[in-house]
Structures are given as C-alpha cells and as structure tokens.
Design a protein around this ligand. Structure first.
Ligand code: SF4
Length: 349
C-alpha cells in the first residue's frame, strides 16, 4: 500500500525512479559496442545473441549515473568555452551497422575527448579498455569519402573521492590497432550471423581474467560454464599446481583454526575480568571505569524479540501463503572442509 503523501519523500520517488530507468535503458545488447572493443570476442557474440544478460542493480545504477553526471559536467564546460569548435555526443558508425557516441570531438583539431570517472584510489591509468575504445572511435569516425577525421584522443579521468581532481592521457591513433579492431568486429558479425560462438581465445584460462576476475572476490564471467565446464584446457585434478593449491588451502585452514583457538582463550580471559569489573560497576552504580588513561565502558544491550516462525506455522497461527510472500530464498553458498592425515592434523593444530 502506498504511503500517504504527507509521510512520503518526494525526492525518494523521483530519484529511485530515475535509478531504475538507468538500469533499464542503459544497454542495447543487440549490437556490438565499441566501448567493449577490448573485451573477449566470444563473450561479445554471446551477448549480441542474447545468450548472456548483464545483471545490473541499484549499486551499478548509482555508479553509471555518477559517471554520467561527471561526464556532463566536463562536457558542459567545453560547450560553454568552445560553442562552435566542438561537437558533443558525436555518433560514430562502423561499416557493419554498430554505433558509438563520442563525448566530444574537435573536428578542426582532429581530436576526440572521452571522459571517464574513476575513484581517487585507482592506479594504472589509462585503462587498456578505454584506450581500445578511443582507438575504435578514431578508426571508424570517417567522412563520406571514407577518410578518417581524428588523429588523437584525450582520455580525461575525473577522480572522485575527498577531492575532485583529474588527469589527462593523450592517445595517438594507431593504424594497426584500428585495423585489428575492424577485422575482429567483422569476424564477430560473421559468427553472430551464423548464430555461432567464436572459439575461446588462445591464452585464456578458466582461473584468470577475463574468465575469472578478482575485484575483492572472485567472479566468473557469465558465460564461464559454457566455456569451461568439462574443458580439457583446464588443469587436470592431479596437476602439480592443483596440489599446490590444496597444500596452501590446508595450511591457511590450519592457521585460521589456530587463531580461532587463540581467540577463544583470549575471550575466556577477558570474560573473567569483565565479570569482576561488572560486579564493581553494579556496586557503584556507574557505567565506566578508568586506569592509566584507558576507559572501559559497559553497555547493556537488550536484543530485539525474535519470532519463532516455524512454531507459529506448525500451530497454524500463520497462513502459509502469507508467509511465503515474505520469504526470501537464499542463494546457494559453498562450505569447505579440509581433512588431513591424522598425525599431520595434530601437528597443524
Ligand atoms: S569465460 Fe572467458 S572465454 Fe568464455 S566468454 Fe567469458 S571471457 Fe570469454
């Protein structure tokens, strides 16, 4: 049921709608995007064929929208300063029907400007995928006679964080790279027309980027199972590197257990002291006690009441169909158990 207007936030409605629209409208998966020129060709064909769908949530929407706002901020600055010298959102077309949109283009200077927003912690700029993107733009931006119309690009990275700062990287057009992008795009179109995936590129392996990436946690490419399940290009289960991983995991597991045992001993020792200090705080009716500049404060936390849903359901106190509407199905997760030979286990722990 919608809340009455007086207790609803006007801002919330507008902004949450806007973020949902960003997620819904951002991608046309039906064509090859020039901004993905550095991505795995097999993945790009799978996306065009609708075999994989990129899932985007509100966090992604916020990320895209932030990039969009920063890009607009930079582009507006140029538009005001050089109203007749630059074109914004210049369309670039490939001979195969794909389109891209260049943030800024200075025709007289034959220069493209592409704006990116990155966190102030980001190292190693420019990113290779952005270099490939502007190479693709410079290669395909041509006049009616087929002559190229840009010789260099500026990749502008606006860093967000505690301060707004920027850095610029100049990328000259590289004919060999441009031609390779065009050749690959032609080949990808041919595969897509045959409804066929290109082979896995040589040098790729199932445990390394781009098939598996490691930003904070390991994540598999959405096509990973199609590419690698049952593949004879993966290391064999008895390969030496697999034995190394098993050994390393067992060692880390033993270390973790040793730390946990230590943590338990420390907690027990702390509890003994807390019992004595707690008794004193009760005697004097105070919350804290200090010594040597250190203050120890006790807070009594009253937990929220818990509902025993299973008992309520068993007693028929709640209709199952009502409960099901509020049920969240958890995602499957993995548990791991490391079993060592007996003697080794005792040594490790
Ligand atoms: S799993 Fe690897 S080879 Fe397969 S589509 Fe993804 S990136 Fe390409």
């Amino acid at each position: 049921m919608a809340l009455p207007m007086e207790v609803r936030s006007i801002v919330h409605d507008v902004l949450s709608e806007r973020l949902s629209a960003v997620v819904d409208n951002r991608f046309d998966a039906g064509e090859f995007r020039l901004s993905e020129s550095a991505k795995c060709g097999r993945y790009r064909v799978a996306k065009v064929l609708g075999m994989v769908k990129e899932e985007h949530d509100e966090v992604d929407a916020g990320y895209f929208e932030r990039g969009h706002l920063i890009e607009r901020w930079v582009v507006e600055g140029f538009r005001r300063k050089f109203p007749r010298r630059c074109r914004t959102q210049q369309t670039v077309k490939t001979p195969f029907g794909d389109t891209g949109h260049i943030d800024l283009w200075f025709p007289a200077e034959r220069r493209i400007i592409e704006v990116k927003s990155v966190s102030d912690r980001e190292q190693d700029l420019p990113r290779p995928e952005h270099v490939m993107q502007v190479q693709a733009y410079m290669h395909f931006l041509r006049n009616a006679r087929g002559e190229r119309r840009a010789d260099s690009s500026e990749l502008v990275y606006v860093r967000y964080g505690r301060q707004l700062s920027y850095e610029v990287h100049i990328v000259p057009y590289d004919e060999a790279v441009g031609q390779a992008i065009e050749d690959e795009l032609r080949m990808l179109h041919e595969y897509a027309e045959r409804y066929e995936l290109p082979p896995i590129p040589s040098g790729y392996d199932p445990m390394s980027p781009p098939c598996m990436t490691y930003y904070g946690r390991a994540e598999r490419c959405p096509l990973w199972s199609v590419c690698w399940k049952g593949s004879d290009r993966a290391p064999k289960l008895d390969a030496p590197e697999v034995a190394d991983w098993v050994r390393d995991l067992a060692m880390l597991d033993a270390e973790k257990k040793a730390l946990k045992a230590q943590e338990k001993t420390l907690e027990e020792a702390m509890k003994d002291i807390q019992a004595k200090l707690g008794a004193l705080l009760d005697i004097y009716g105070v919350k804290q006690v200090s010594a040597d500049g250190v203050t120890v404060t006790r807070t009594v936390v009253t937990p929220k009441p818990k509902f025993d849903m299973e008992a309520a359901l068993a007693d028929g106190a709640l209709p199952t169909d009502v409960v099901e509407r509020y049920q969240k199905v958890p995602k499957p997760y993995e548990t791991w158990y490391v079993k060592r030979p007996k003697g080794q286990k005792e040594d490790a722990e």
